[in-house]
Design a protein around this ligand. Structure first.
Ligand code: URA
Length: 238
């Protein structure tokens, strides 16, 4: 059955249905090498070869973006006062209506996935799936083996919630400690609250991995890229 040519092109951001009609009428669109003047023609956008002004259209309906979230922006799609992670994307991505998968605090940096794939997002966030998330952090206070054991057994947060076992790796135990922590759930402010429960304070927080997917080291803060097929598999294979 396929989809209407004008609908496919407008969904891809080439203009309104009216604008597309005019582009097509002018003979600027080819399907399988032939100039098409009928906007209502049905095509299979994955199978047919579509060209606009001689440039091949690569059709897709979903996007998967990895961002190295900077501090100072919020993990939301829209906010009337504050800059959001979606605001950082090139407007060309806005037609896909991407949203962040879960939230990082305003002052947290690092790996954030943005997509319009609701199913994948749900799977990554579902409390039943226990997708591991790894954070790198600076902690005020000497982090030691006692904290490692406490986190392994689960700690009780200030609201009475007992966390699942988490893995604490101490990179440097000092006045300002450096650690990596892997948690298997995603409660509000979880990492900060876990350290509060052992009397310590997170002063810097960055997510470095989600599932098997690691933050690409080449991404500067505020930069993003589309996931490669291999990276997407890592996320999906959870
Ligand atoms: N834990 C936190 O405390 N903050 C985050 O942004 C993510 C995990």
């Amino acid at each position: 059955m396929g989809k209407r040519l004008d609908k496919v092109l407008s969904n891809m951001g080439y203009g309104t249905r009216k604008e597309i009609k005019s582009i097509i009428k002018k003979g600027r669109v080819k399907v399988d090498e032939k100039v098409i003047k009928d906007s209502s023609m049905h095509i299979d956008p994955y199978e047919n070869h579509i060209e606009i002004d001689g440039v091949k259209l690569v059709y897709r309906e979903v996007v998967y973006i990895m961002m190295n979230k900077p501090q100072g922006v919020i993990s939301a799609t829209f906010d009337s006062r504050m800059e959001t992670v979606v605001d950082l994307l090139d407007p060309a991505y806005h037609i896909f209506e991407p949203f962040p998968v879960g939230r990082l605090d305003k002052d947290t940096e690092g790996l954030l996935i943005l997509t319009n794939d609701g199913k994948l997002s749900h799977e990554l966030l579902s409390p039943k799936k226990h997708v591991p998330k790894t954070y790198y952090a600076h902690i005020e206070g000497i982090v030691d083996e006692k904290d490692q054991i406490a986190f392994k057994n689960g700690v009780t947060l200030e609201d009475g919630y007992k966390t699942l076992p988490a893995e604490l790796n101490i990179i440097k135990g000092d006045e300002i400690s450096e650690i990596e922590l892997t948690i298997y759930e995603g409660k509000f402010h979880q990492v900060k609250r876990m350290f509060e429960s052992v009397g310590k304070k997170v002063t810097y927080l960055k997510r470095i991995a989600m599932g098997d997917l690691k933050l690409d080291k080449d991404l500067e803060l505020g930069e993003y890229k589309e996931l490669t097929q291999e990276e997407l598999e890592k996320l999906k294979n959870r």
